[in-house]
Design a protein around this ligand. Sequence first.
Ligand code: SF4
Ligand code: SF4
Length: 65
Amino acid sequence: MKKTIKQPAFSPRKCIACWKCVDACPRNAISKVGILWHRHAKISYSECIGCNICVRTCPRGCFSD
Ligand code: SF4
Ligand code: SF4
């Protein structure tokens, strides 16, 4: 049977740019974008392996599985 991975949904709306997810992602799939107070995380789905560490790490619930 073919294995599929379930990647988390991401919403930057509540992101406070704490970068905990950037540090926690084992694939470096999350990057920092924006300028000054408009900064937020961004997920690259081509790198994401669906481990859901970011879902558990984000204090603002920006990732959901
Ligand atoms: S699910 Fe895992 S690999 Fe994908 S962005 Fe989150 S921490 Fe990174
Ligand atoms: S952990 Fe959550 S609040 Fe912090 S930078 Fe990542 S998405 Fe934003």
